[in-house]
Ligand binder design. Structure first.
Ligand SMILES: [Zn+2]
Length: 154
């Protein structure tokens, strides 16, 4: 990341769904769809995510809450878990779809750390049924990622 454009990379940029690559449109579509399966009786906040693997395969996930709140899992980690358990370790992008009127929903801090274990990816944030997409990178969302010296996956 060069110094001259680090500011814009940090903030991300807005684009239109229809201008994105087919595969990226796919992960947004799949995240929107799987969001309907969210198990969230406590928050009623549905989130869908889908990860695009380097080989072109896609895995989606939704948030799954629990009466013991802390053992619930976010959509992003659910999607990554499905991908990793299917033997995937290289990822290029993730989409996150949720609805908040005044903002996009970005991965929580725990997910940022979890995802960063497997390298930087482009992050596409959108709302169901809307064409506006906020594009940012995981590296921008998680500066100074925790990692041990001997294990740097990125
Ligand atoms: Zn999370």
């Amino acid at each position: 990341m060069s110094k001259s454009n680090s500011c814009s990379e940090q903030e991300g940029y807005m684009t239109n769904l229809k201008l994105l690559d087919d595969k990226v449109q796919d992960i947004i579509r799949q995240a929107t769809e799987v969001r309907g399966n969210a198990y969230c009786p406590y928050s009623n906040f549905q989130v869908g995510a889908a990860v695009l693997c380097q080989d072109g395969t896609i895995f989606s996930g939704c948030n799954i809450e629990n009466s013991t709140f802390t053992v619930g899992i976010c959509a992003e980690r659910c999607a990554y878990g499905k991908a990793i358990s299917n033997g995937k370790l290289k990822f290029t992008a993730i989409s996150v779809v949720a609805y908040q009127e005044n903002s996009f929903t970005a991965p929580c801090g725990a997910c940022r750390q979890f995802l960063s274990e497997f390298g930087n990816v482009d992050v596409y944030l959108s709302k169901p049924g809307q064409d506006e997409v906020l594009v940012v990178t995981l590296a921008a969302l998680l500066p100074f990622q925790f990692q041990t010296v001997d294990h740097k996956f990125v």
